[in-house]
Write a protein that binds this ligand. Structure first.
Ligand SMILES: NC(=O)c1ccc[n+]([C@@H]2O[C@H](COP(=O)([O-])OP(=O)(O)OC[C@H]3O[C@@H](n4cnc5c(N)ncnc54)[C@H](O)[C@@H]3O)[C@@H](O)[C@H]2O)c1
Length: 443
């Protein structure tokens, strides 16, 4: 099919399928668009919930790689498609799960919402800021559940952190340091490329390249663009939208923050110039003026051992860190010591200073160990994987018609930070948010 007419058709695709409101004890019928790495995992998770709890069943799958389409259709004993419209237009599909590469998220999700379906769309919510807004607004207008797949808000540990913050455990929140560092072929998205696949191959090897490109600019078949799409601006926003978006979803959830007023970021490609269009190293300062704290984000694909990945939430009276599935609370040990400065004072003044009992209590070294003794507390992640909880919450939202923990607005704002990071890198300047219009301020 000619790609331009395909896109035109996509935009015009609004077949009138009546929304099907599932009855309280009815199974929710799911259609999957994109059953690759993440979509395949989600389909298994949704299907397991369906089998154990009778909540749902997979009734349609769609993928533009024939092998994946066929295997998923066989596994779930359902119809497989290569055109997402055939899934979103099916009257018996209640909810659509979108796990394609990022540049397709908005098109599929918008079509599904407009057909009255509830939508679970993978992170990042979308490929551009404009799309995020449209998705959020369409979710609200159609009154469908729109849940974004960043699962940080469904982690028990992050819930614990939210509780501790609300109780004032760390005092005034000042800053959050958050990082995602990698140093491996897999981590840098140079994954295995299946041989002999592509638009000219037959049978299982066939990939519908025009349908992959969809809303993206025309490009000749290039296996790396298909298999490692995160390395290319046309289909991904690189580290910011793939990794920072997780960090920001969690930070917004834990801190109860919305969208930053200012982001200033730098990005460069230090080692992967020949293979990656997107930068391999990013640093960003994210300022929450209304909430009165800031976030420092960093990520590189070139070194992982020293820059611990995770979060450090730093308050005036304590800190919370997340490392390797553990949450650690540490109180601040405020050790005061003016000895070095008062030693330069005239002797009578220095003596008078040390004679003050309050100074002795606060500053004599023998009092320090006592102050240091409180080593804080730590918690491990217990219970099911946070994605499994996240998926269960999607069903809960569908049944109760209450917005999900990671709804359109939350997805929009988490994606906004990632897009602001990339925009700041491209503009080589700070970028600011227009709170009145809920959009990025123009350059
Ligand atoms: N929440 C998480 O922790 C998490 C983890 C991994 C990936 N993801 C997200 O999931 C999405 C997919 O990532 P992945 O790693 O699974 O990629 P992938 O390449 O393994 O899978 C994408 C699949 O989508 C298919 N596809 C492409 N265009 C399509 C179209 N127009 N219609 C139907 N199918 C199409 C591809 O053929 C492929 O099978 C990305 O947006 C990624 O950010 C989220």
């Amino acid at each position: 099919m000619d790609r331009r007419s395909f896109i035109r058709n996509s935009a015009a695709a609004t077949l009138a399928a009546a929304p099907r409101a599932p009855a309280a004890n009815d199974r929710i019928q799911l259609g999957f668009v994109g059953v690759g790495g993440r979509g395949g995992w989600l389909a298994r998770a949704f299907n397991a919930i369906g089998q154990k709890q009778g909540l749902c069943r997979v009734v349609a799958v769609c993928d533009i790689w024939e092998r994946r389409r066929r295997e998923a259709a066989e596994l779930y004993k359902c119809q497989g498609y290569t055109d997402y419209r055939e899934v979103v237009n099916r009257a018996d599909v209640d909810a659509v799960v979108v796990a394609t590469p990022d540049h397709w998220h908005a098109t599929v999700a918008l079509a599904a919402l407009n057909q009255g379906k509830d939508v679970y769309v993978e992170k990042p919510m979308c490929h551009t800021l404009d799309e995020a807004r449209r998705m959020m607004e369409t979710g609200l207008r159609t009154q469908r559940i729109l849940q974004v797949g960043a699962n940080g808000g469904s982690s028990n540990l992050f819930l614990k952190a939210k509780e501790l913050l609300a109780k004032g455990a760390i005092g005034q929140l000042i800053m959050c340091q958050s990082s995602a560092h990698r140093n491996s072929t897999k981590g840098e998205w140079n994954w295995k490329i299946w041989p002999d696949c592509g638009p000219h191959a037959e049978g299982d090897q066939h990939i519908d390249w025009q349908r992959f490109l969809g809303p993206a600019p025309e490009h000749a078949w290039e296996p790396d663009r298909y298999f490692n799409f995160r390395k290319w601006w046309d289909y991904s926003g690189g580290i910011a939208t793939d990794l920072f978006v997780h960090l920001m979803t969690t930070i917004h959830f834990v801190m109860g923050a919305k969208v930053p007023e200012l982001v200033v970021a730098t990005g460069a490609n230090y080692r992967h110039q020949k293979t990656h269009e997107v930068p391999d190293t990013l640093n960003a300062s994210v300022v929450y003026g209304k909430e009165n704290f800031c976030v420092s984000l960093s990520g590189t694909f070139n070194s992982a051992s020293a820059g611990e990945s995770g979060f450090a939430i730093m308050g005036h009276e304590g800190s919370l860190t997340f490392r390797d599935d553990r949450l650690i609370f540490k109180p601040e040990h405020q050790v005061e010591g003016n000895g070095w400065i008062v030693s330069s004072w005239p002797s009578p003044l220095e003596k008078a200073y040390w004679a003050d009992p309050a100074v002795q209590k606060r500053e004599k070294p023998e009092t320090w160990p006592a102050q240091m003794q409180d080593q804080g507390e730590s918690w491990s992640e217990v219970g099911p994987d946070s994605t499994v909880i996240h998926v269960a919450r999607f069903f809960e939202s569908i049944r109760t018609h209450k917005p999900s923990v990671e709804d359109g607005r939350a997805g929009h704002h988490a994606a906004a930070v990632a897009h602001m990071v990339n925009e700041s890198i491209k503009r080589k300047a700070p970028v600011a948010w227009d709170f009145e219009k809920d959009v990025l301020k123009k350059a």
